[in-house]
Design a protein around this ligand. Structure first.
Ligand code: F6R
Length: 604
């Protein structure tokens, strides 16, 4: 949800970093972009609707050798994606520039007030009230004090950067819920919505906490906490390197992220299994607490929610602990009933999803024990939960989540097995079996030809159905989301046995149906459902566990080389992801940056 960058140095040129940083953050939003540089003569700014390529054409209109600047790539909330609404936004005198991520909820009333005082607005955005407020509070003379005064007037969840041509060696960074991190270099500081923007320059990162206001100069970072007290925040070394955040020869990040999953699974499992047992501490948990968990409440959004559904099945069936899974945007308003023995668990790739964060805040408020399963190290969710387990998937750049999803499934499997052991139901065979997944995954992703064939056909269809039972139904839900979001084909996932209660009416000659069938015990049942849709003319493509597909009357068959259902979900996800990817490519879509979407949903 919008990417912001800042650069302030003793000397040098902010522009190359700002543009490169925006490219790395473009996954956060890409409907318009802009850059402003602070020179003693005034603010120089260029902005444009559309992707960064359009901004790039304007860059030679900006001065070079200016060592202080800010940039923004936008995902529109208030105001259409136009040049006028693109950030940075300025005050009336053109002295103060701001970029912003998040929502300022009371902007209408502030705008009225400021217009009444003679301020002239140039956009429809909520953001523009910030530079005008700073102007009203004397930001041209003392920007820090103006930001502190303006802050008390703003309501909402946001982050912003402000700079002034009167202090062209200072950027003020404010964090109220939306993420911000400062990178430390020699005589230079970088500021960004996430570390991938500056990983090529430094791995030393200082994460701001909620409520922080940082005064950033080339030589210093002074942080005021929510109470206005000067405080320290640790500078940590980021374990990722820049190569992991680049395409590495693939045409799209999504394809790279799909193909690297077998290796990433190795990273995710490393050190977490020993002698047929799960090393609970490596999941961020404490062994002696596991027997006390009586119930688990999972909260998550989108793909992470779908991983939660797989987790429910694994934990309930292996450990016999009841699990509820809720969509975060619903859970937060449900007035949930949580018992004392409930572990509230959030699943999130970014660790910044606004609804998921709100659920965890609610759980903490009720005194619940909280656990976060997160990919982004140092994210808000990781820092605000009692305990955190990392998926170790590395940076996920494509908007459509792939490797974060399968590593979430792996950690959930480890958790289910650890809980099972704590309840006297140990399954060392499955714990050891997990270690085979990277090799089996490698076999699957190498076998692409079949999937490309299927994708070429699917690309011609206006809609598609995904069916399955049990965990296969949870996988079907993820399969349909992948295809929808990047190929824009209408897709629906159905519990296979539910089709005949209404949806079967939509099946006609040639309707594509993807059936997932990885569990032997359900094979006969799902087969009946396949026959039902076949009898109505559907074209059926089946993803099946080893030995299950031999007799299936289907049009295409993709076999997963395992017959163990508890180890199948991550493997079966691979062909689903590849099918979505190649279908979108066939349709000529912008795979990494699908329309209307952004990677990290930091607004409600
Ligand atoms: C879909 C996708 C989204 C995210 C959802 C939650 O491919 O990526 O549905 O899964 O926005 O995001 P995180 O996991 O960052 O909380």
């Amino acid at each position: 949800m919008c990417g912001i960058v800042g650069f302030v140095a003793d000397s040098g040129d902010a522009l190359p970093f700002l543009f490169d940083g925006l490219k790395r953050l473009e996954y956060r939003g890409y409907d318009s972009a802009g850059i402003a540089l602070a020179t003693p003569e005034g603010i120089a700014t260029q902005k444009s609707q559309g992707k960064l390529a359009q901004l790039q054409e304007l860059l030679d209109r900006l001065p070079r050798g200016v060592p202080c600047g800010i940039g923004h790539t936008r995902w529109a909330t208030h105001g259409r994606p136009t040049d006028e609404n693109a950030h940075p936004h300025m005050d009336c005198q053109g002295i103060i520039a701001t970029v912003h991520n998040g929502i300022i909820e009371n902007f209408q009333e502030l705008k009225q007030e400021l217009m009444g005082a003679g301020h002239v607005f140039a956009s429809d955005t909520d953001t523009e009230v910030v530079p005008h407020l700073l102007e009203a509070y004397g930001g041209d003379k003392d920007l820090v004090r103006a930001v502190q005064s303006a802050e008390s007037r703003l309501k909402g969840a946001y982050a912003f950067l402000a700079m002034s041509s009167r202090q062209p060696d200072t950027i003020i960074a404010v964090r109220r819920s939306s993420p911000l991190v400062i990178g430390w270099g020699e005589g230079v500081h970088y500021i960004a919505s996430d570390v991938s923007a500056f990983l090529a320059n430094t791995r030393q990162a200082q994460f701001l906490e909620n409520g922080d206001l940082a005064v950033v100069t080339p030589q210093s970072v002074t942080i005021h906490d929510g109470q206005g007290q000067i405080t320290e925040r640790p500078v940590t070394t980021i374990g990722w390197n820049i190569r992991q955040a680049e395409r590495g020869g693939y045409t799209h990040f999504m394809l790279k992220e799909i193909m690297e999953q077998p290796d990433v699974w190795g990273d995710c499992l490393r050190g977490r299994v020993q002698n047929g047992r799960v090393v609970v501490e490596e999941l961020g948990l404490v062994s002696r607490q596991l027997p006390k968990v009586g119930r688990i409440q999972i909260v998550a959004a989108g793909t992470a929610y779908h991983a939660g559904l797989v987790g429910k099945s694994l934990i309930e069936r292996l450990a016999r602990i009841p699990v509820d899974v809720a969509v975060a945007s619903e859970f937060r308003y449900q007035e949930p009933v949580l018992t004392d023995d409930t572990l509230v668990m959030a699943i999130s790739q970014s660790g910044e999803t606004a609804d998921t964060l709100a659920c965890m805040a609610l759980a903490r408020h009720q005194g619940m024990s909280t656990y976060a399963l997160v990919n982004q190290v140092g994210s808000t969710l990781a820092r605000e939960s009692d305990r955190v387990g990392y998926t170790h998937a590395g940076p996920e750049i494509a908007v459509a989540s792939t490797k974060a999803y399968t590593t979430q499934i792996l950690v959930l499997t480890l958790l289910a097995l650890a809980l099972a052991e704590a309840r006297g139901r140990a399954r060392p065979d499955l714990v050891e079996g997990l270690l085979m997944l990277p090799a089996i995954g490698q076999e699957i992703v190498q076998d692409l030809e079949h999937i490309q064939d299927m994708a070429a056909q699917l690309a011609q269809s206006p809609h598609v159905f995904y069916i399955g039972r049990g965990m296969d139904y949870a996988l079907a839900m993820e399969g349909q989301l992948k295809i929808k979001e990047i190929s824009y084909i209408h897709a629906e996932a159905y519990a296979a046995g539910e089709m005949k209660h209404g949806t079967l009416a939509l099946i006609e000659e040639g309707t594509p149906v993807v059936a997932i069938l990885t569990e032997e015990r359900l094979a006969g049942k799902t087969l009946s459902n396949i026959l039902e849709v076949k009898a109505r003319g559907a074209r059926v493509w089946a993803i099946v566990g080893k030995t299950l597909g031999r007799e299936l009357p289907v049009d295409h068959l993709l076999s997963i080389p395992t017959r163990e259902p508890f180890l199948s979900p991550a493997l079966a996800a691979l062909p689903l992801q590849l099918l979505a990817y190649w279908t979108a490519v066939n349709r000529g879509q912008d795979v990494d940056q699908p329309r209307n979407l952004a990677k990290s949903v930091t607004v409600e």
